[in-house]
Design a protein around this ligand. Structure first.
Ligand code: TNX
Length: 553
């Protein structure tokens, strides 16, 4: 009888210790898991932490050498440590090693395994890109001060012990930057690339031409930038009147090469877009013979769908192909975007020459003519080993060539139709992924439900429509967030519109569907606000009043 209470006491003591351990380990698990966005496929935690110090060594093999250099340079900025970068495949004490192992299975091409203990950090991947994503996760596990560009004193550079196995759900995790409506400096494009990479996004779609500006140097046609890159003025934000100030800018081919190389180093593909046959006013202003009316145009100074579109003369096809040749030489991307959206057919209807062409080619009408136009461009791109991608209107007016891919922007329907017809699809539904739309109910602007995309709506986006069979669903390459810039005149405002919505989309495109959880996402995001602040990103704070004005960037 006497021993009974003792036993109970020791049992309860044991239970107490066990439950304390449980709580403790749970807290650690939560810490690791809550740090990483997009949420990894699996993340479990161990005991202790890895502490970075001036003697920590980075070890990289042949395939991860460049990533090791990036990591070393990044860490140097905030820690001040000049870490040694060794070649090899060893994992000594106090090292961060990055290793490619082609025999690793189950993680796909972009996945990685990360093992962090108090002794070492080991990242393994089947390909270099996976090791890069491992590094991005590792950076997120460090204190947010690691993202500073000046030395931070008094910080313990520790990473909680963690085991992560991770890979993306979709292979197209994209963002579109509209540089046509507003030119943005190259330095900002580079900063944006770093932010995409941090959230494991891998496609930057650059919208380089539009009615209001042509932004890429084409050596064969200098007027495109001499004339086409500057407009006389822009609409005022209140849409009444104009600012009377010229707006312009373009990227010289040298600058494009730098952007492409910078993106490549961060495993981001830049998909260039040259709009046709519509959104062509700036090009026609530069070379009037490309238009239908013979009128001299100016680079457009207002927003909206424009009547002026390319004509269908062979000379115009020749022009566009020459432009695309220079574009292909600059951008290694498999996909080249030719736009294809919002093409009013009035000018083709009114032109005798175009009507004669429709007959000569044996087409029924202007819709079929647009389809013919797209087919010609597809043939050209295909013959150069590339693939065409365009907005969902390219599905209209006839059969789309089999290799062409579709960006579904009106909603999901274009994507469903395209996937069923065997085309690859990028989901860019405006209801979920248009970040030029409002994210709050701004009292200063009449509320419009159709142009309202709050954070939660983005997070709820499911890129695979339930209507698709498992086979058809394989056609969905992923999704993309759009930053159209009619009402985004500068980088600060762009950051405000993009963040944190783009981060929600990053999780939509990376994390397994069943691991998505909005409440948990918000908790992790809250921590990332410090990180974004450190990176000087002008994000929209989570606790901003839903009704607060959006007009302050
Ligand atoms: C439609 S989406 C457009 C763009 C505009 C955008 C504004 C698409 C392919 N065309 O030209 O900038 O709406 O939200």
């Amino acid at each position: 009888m006497k021993s009974f209470p003792t036993l109970t006491r020791s049992r309860s003591y044991l239970e107490l210790v066990l439950s304390l351990l449980f709580v403790l380990s749970y807290t650690i698990v939560a810490t690791a898991q809550e740090a990483i966005i997009p949420r990894p496929v699996t993340a479990t935690s161990g005991q202790g932490k890895f502490i970075l110090n001036p003697d920590t060594v980075i070890v990289a093999d042949r395939k991860t050498r460049l990533i090791g250099e990036l990591l070393r340079d990044w860490l140097k900025q905030s820690t001040g440590y000049c870490l040694r970068l060794n070649r090899g495949t060893k994992t000594p004490l106090n090292s961060i090693s990055l290793m490619v192992d082609p025999t690793l299975s189950g993680l796909g091409d972009e996945g990685y395994v990360m093992d962090i203990t108090s002794e070492r950090a080991v990242l393994r991947a089947r390909k270099s890109v996976g090791a890069f994503y491992g590094v991005e996760s590792l950076r997120q596990l460090l204190p947010p001060e690691v993202f500073a560009d000046t030395i931070q004193d008094g910080v313990e550079w520790s990473i909680p012990s963690t085991h992560v196995e991770d890979y993306p759900r979709f292979k197209w995790r994209g963002a579109l930057l509209d540089l046509g409506r507003h030119f943005m400096p190259k330095e900002f494009v580079l900063k944006f690339i770093d932010l995409l990479a941090l959230y494991k996004m891998n496609v930057l779609h650059l919208h380089l031409t539009d009615d209001q500006g042509w932004r890429i140097e084409i050596k064969k046609y200098p007027n495109l930038t001499k004339i086409g890159s500057t407009r006389r003025e822009s609409p005022l934000e209140n849409a009444v009147g104009f600012d009377g100030t010229p707006h312009g800018g373009f990227y010289a081919q040298e600058a494009i090469k730098q952007i492409v190389a910078y993106a490549k180093r961060r495993f981001i593909t830049i998909v260039p877009e040259i709009e046709m046959p519509g959104h062509a006013t700036a090009a026609i202003a530069s070379y009037p013979e490309l238009g239908n009316t013979g009128q001299r145009l100016e680079v457009s100074t207002h927003w909206g769908v424009h009547q002026d579109i390319y004509n269908v003369n062979e000379k115009t096809f020749h022009f566009l192909q020459n432009v695309l040749k220079e574009v292909m030489a600059l951008f290694p991307s498999e996909f080249i975007c030719i736009g294809g959206d919002e093409v009013p057919k009035d000018q083709w209807k009114a032109s005798l020459e175009t009507q004669a062409r429709i007959k000569a080619v044996g087409l029924k009408d202007e819709e079929e003519l647009q389809s013919y136009f797209i087919r010609r461009m597809d043939e050209f791109l295909t013959s150069h080993g590339r693939r065409l991608i365009g907005w969902d209107e390219i599905l209209n007016g006839g059969e789309l060539p089999s290799g062409a891919a579709v960006m579904s922007w009106h909603g999901l329907d274009g994507g469903i139709k395209a996937a069923r017809a065997g085309h690859d699809v990028v989901m860019a539904a405006k209801q979920y992924t248009y970040f030029d739309f409002a994210q709050s109910k701004d009292p200063g602007v009449p509320f419009n439900e159709r142009r309202y995309v709050p954070l939660e709506k983005v997070y709820s986006f499911e890129p695979i429509p339930s209507e698709l069979s498992a086979d058809e669903a394989k056609r969905i390459l992923g999704a993309q967030g759009q930053l159209w810039t009619e009402h985004i005149p500068n980088p600060q405002r762009l950051e405000y519109m993009a963040f944190p919505r783009l981060i929600a989309l990053a999780e939509v495109t990376w994390t397994p569907r069943e691991r998505r959880d909005y409440a948990g996402f918000l908790q992790r995001l809250k921590k990332h606000e410090t990180l974004l602040k450190t990176l000087n990103v002008n994000f929209r704070p989570l606790d901003t009043d839903q009704t607060a004005s959006q007009t302050v960037p």
